[in-house]
Design a protein around this ligand. Structure first.
Ligand code: PRT
Ligand code: ZN
Length: 226
């Protein structure tokens, strides 16, 4: 069980952000014995507990005040924010610190063989994505009608098998696009991992002191890594 007096941090269990998130805490001097199957781990030298979950659950755990802090990609954070706003659910949070990993962009890509003539090319087209809310906001802001198809993995194969005309997916090196003969044509959101907290409402002064200490250390680690 979580002890409410200890600082609770949620981070990704298995995936692209997990090793970097753990490494960051270690470099901040937090001694933590992470066991593979364990959802919650406890620091031995600081009043900090770590909860390891799927990245999609992290913004909600922070917004619902289950944990104090979370390490998550801005892409996942923004998607959850738009989802909650569309349902008139609460979505209070603060980005305390942008981090130096998880850097990627959410982009629109189309097959190589199609000539891109600007954003109007997407009018009434079908776009496969795992980020329907970010995608919808982008096209609503531009006043363009489109259809979307939600895929939670292997989005890049959708145009090749005739599921969609285009995709809206994360890119870091561009190798996956190349393998699937797709070209990136518009960046709709730039992202990196960030440390987020609950919005205000801290009654526990010791937690505020600890959070500030952690942020100072994180800043130091990022600076030292250059
Ligand atoms: O299981 P869980 O839900 O926790 O994990 P997940 O499978 O949803 O996410 P995961 O581990 O793949 O990614 C976690 C976070 O890492 C994302 O939310 C981003 O914030 C960040 N990130 C950074 C990326 C990438 N770079 C990235 N390249 N997430 C995914 N990709 C994928 C992309 O979807 C595509 O399939 O990598 C492929 C493209 O990579 P390149 O290098 O070929 O361009
Ligand atoms: Zn996920």
């Amino acid at each position: 069980m979580f002890n409410k007096n200890r600082l609770r941090i949620a981070m990704q269990n298995k995936g692209r952000l997990s090793q970097d998130s753990i490494q960051l805490l270690i470099q901040c001097g937090i001694k933590i014995n992470l066991k593979k199957q364990q959802l919650i781990s406890f620091s031995e030298n600081m009043p900090i507990d770590v909860m390891r979950v799927r990245d999609d659950d992290i913004p909600g755990l922070v917004m619902d005040k289950v944990v104090d802090l979370g390490i998550v990609g801005e892409n996942v954070l923004q998607e959850e924010k738009l989802k909650r706003q569309s349902r008139l659910e609460k979505c209070f949070y603060t980005i305390l610190q942008h981090l130096d990993f998880g850097i990627c962009r959410l982009s629109l890509s189309i097959p190589y063989r199609h000539k891109y003539i600007g954003i109007q090319s997407f009018k009434n087209s079908c776009i496969a994505t795992s980020y329907p809310f970010l995608l919808r906001k982008y096209f609503n802001d531009q006043g363009i009608n489109f259809k979307f198809f939600i895929l939670n993995g292997s989005v890049e194969v959708a145009p090749g098998v005739g599921l969609s005309n285009a995709i809206c997916d994360l890119i870091s090196t561009g190798a996956t696009l190349e393998e699937n003969r797709l070209q990136e044509v518009e960046v709709i959101h730039s992202s990196r991992a960030c440390l987020i907290s609950q919005f205000g409402g801290y009654v526990n002064n010791e937690k505020i002191i600890l959070i500030n200490k952690l942020i100072t250390r994180i800043k130091g680690v990022i600076k030292a890594r250059g």
